[in-house]
Ligand binder design. Structure first.
Ligand code: GLA
Length: 336
């Protein structure tokens, strides 16, 4: 009988507990565990940078055990539908790289209405007056400084190739409606000017979108107009901008050793160029961190939801010049 007694000794408190909680007399009511769900919305889901960002955010989700809802939002309409969708799924917060930073106020309003926390990544959201929305925490690259690194990299390689500045055209792939894109290319322009590069040899090619195809089309016009120029240095807001221009140069029969293009990014777009047996005009890129932008923003959102600890208002990340020479080493160092 000793055996039965000991079982009862174990079961009795459990039974009592059940009874008490079912009648509602429990001293400490059991809180329902709300599953944590976080959205991650990006403007260009097909771009390798954003795929890397998602991949690193997935890592954070796996570590912390939250659900990550990833949605591509190529335009304002899709974006608003995605936010509604997140609210319906009872997501507590989301990270966003918007298709247009001017949608900032609409994002803030909808999120507030639905009780959703928001973190902006890559592109800082702006208000009606064009000012950054300070109440939405932001993580982005330090655009101007990274642009300067691009400019300095171009100058260094120009020198290594013994090019005379008078025979070189500088092509700025521009997308000035996006502040970070403007800052990035301005940094490069200023670095070139500081080194005495002739302003008369600087040309703009305005992209209609931020992808390779739009860059190709914009650069194509510039190369047609400036057919007399012997050598080109090319820079832009991201790897896609520079790659599009490099492809356009190739279609104008400009030899790859007549071109130095340096992008910003360092994901697959750049890598595909570096692994080609012969060097192309895509000389280098400033490697930035999709891990910080993906993993860290997702972690920050998780902490904000679970520990009510809001992230820093602005976090700017840095980059490193990467070329064929150091790409393998740099990528390994950065866990890519
Ligand atoms: C912008 C660009 C992307 C990438 C990120 C990096 O969103 O469109 O290509 O460069 O910035 O922050």
């Amino acid at each position: 009988m000793k055996h039965t007694t000991s079982i009862f000794r174990h079961i009795l408190p459990v039974l009592t507990g059940l009874l008490v909680s079912s009648v509602g007399f429990a001293a400490e009511p059991v809180k329902p565990v709300t599953p944590i769900k976080i959205g991650f919305l990006v403007k260009q889901a097909e771009e390798p940078w954003f795929q890397d960002e998602w991949r690193f955010a997935d890592q954070a989700a796996l570590e912390k055990g939250f659900t990550l809802v990833k949605i591509g939002i190529p335009n304002g309409e899709k974006m608003m539908a995605a936010i509604d969708n997140l609210a319906a799924q009872k997501v507590q917060g989301f990270i966003i790289c918007a298709p247009d930073v001017k949608l900032g106020m609409a994002i803030e309003r909808t999120s507030k209405r639905n009780g959703l926390k928001v973190i902006a990544v890559d592109d800082q959201l702006i208000d009606g007056a064009g000012k950054p929305i300070a109440s939405i925490p932001y993580m982005g690259i330090s655009g101007y400084n990274i642009g300067k690194q691009v400019g300095e990299g171009l100058l260094e390689e120009m020198k290594a190739r013994d090019w005379k500045a008078a025979e070189v055209g500088a092509l700025r792939m521009s997308y000035d409606q996006l502040p970070t894109a403007h800052d990035r290319t301005q940094g490069a322009v200023d670095a070139l000017k500081a080194a005495g590069f002739p302003v008369a040899n600087m040309f703009d090619a305005a992209q209609s979108k931020t992808d390779t195809e739009s860059a190709f089309n914009a650069a194509n016009i510039a190369f047609t107009k400036q057919a007399h120029i012997k050598h080109w240095i090319i820079f832009g807001m991201n790897d896609e901008a520079v790659l599009g221009a490099v492809r356009a140069a190739e279609s104008h029969a400009l030899k790859s050793d007549a071109i130095i293009g340096i992008g910003i990014g360092g994901s697959k777009t750049a890598l595909n160029e570096f692994v080609k047996p012969a060097a192309t005009g895509f000389y280098g890129t400033v490697l930035i961190s999709p891990k910080r932008h993906g993993y860290e923003t997702a972690m920050n959102m998780y902490k904000w939801i679970v520990e009510q600890q809001a992230p820093a208002a602005v976090t700017l990340t840095s980059g490193t010049l990467m070329t064929r020479r150091n790409q393998a080493q740099l990528r390994a160092q950065n866990g890519l």
